[in-house]
Design a protein around this ligand. Structure first.
Ligand code: DQA
Length: 140
């Protein structure tokens, strides 16, 4: 399947950013991991990262009629962005949400996710492997 993988703000800082929470591997390693996982599952994957909410809305809109599925780690926008939720609702593309960390056991504000309202599945707390689990959803 044609899958768009979207990573939100500050995920490009992996490796530097709070390694106790997000691990020591950097963003390039994450992208490589996702590409290899997608290949092993037979998916055609496109990767996108942005620190800007509007750019994430734009890429979701442009996925309409092009991609069969979306895997998204909206990062901090998870907890704030009605715009990203609305964009996902607008295009109606099946979406799986991923978080590297266990958002259920961190600060209170991380427990709520707008994207979870539309996501077919949410995977959290598994580090890089969460992206593979998300891609596996599209093998059904
Ligand atoms: C995150 C969790 C979010 O709460 C945080 O703002 C992030 C990353 C994760 O992958 O664990 O930037 O989405």
């Amino acid at each position: 399947m044609k899958i768009l993988v979207i990573n939100g703000p500050n995920l490009n800082m992996l490796g530097i950013r709070e390694p106790d929470i997000y691990g020591k591997q950097d963003f390039k390693e994450l992208e490589l991991y996702i590409r290899e996982a997608a290949k092993s599952l037979g998916h055609d994957v496109t990767l996108f990262q942005s620190n800007h909410e509007g750019e994430i809305v734009d890429i979701i809109q442009s996925a309409y009629g092009v991609f069969d599925g979306i895997v998204i780690n909206p990062a901090a926008y998870t907890h704030t962005s009605v715009a990203i939720l609305d964009a996902l609702k607008a295009v109606g593309i099946p979406t799986v949400e991923v978080h590297l960390s266990d958002i259920s056991s961190r600060e209170e504000f991380r427990k709520f996710s707008y994207v979870s309202m539309i996501a077919k599945k949410t995977v959290y707390g598994l580090g890089f492997e969460g992206y593979k689990k998300a891609l596996e959803y599209f093998c059904k």
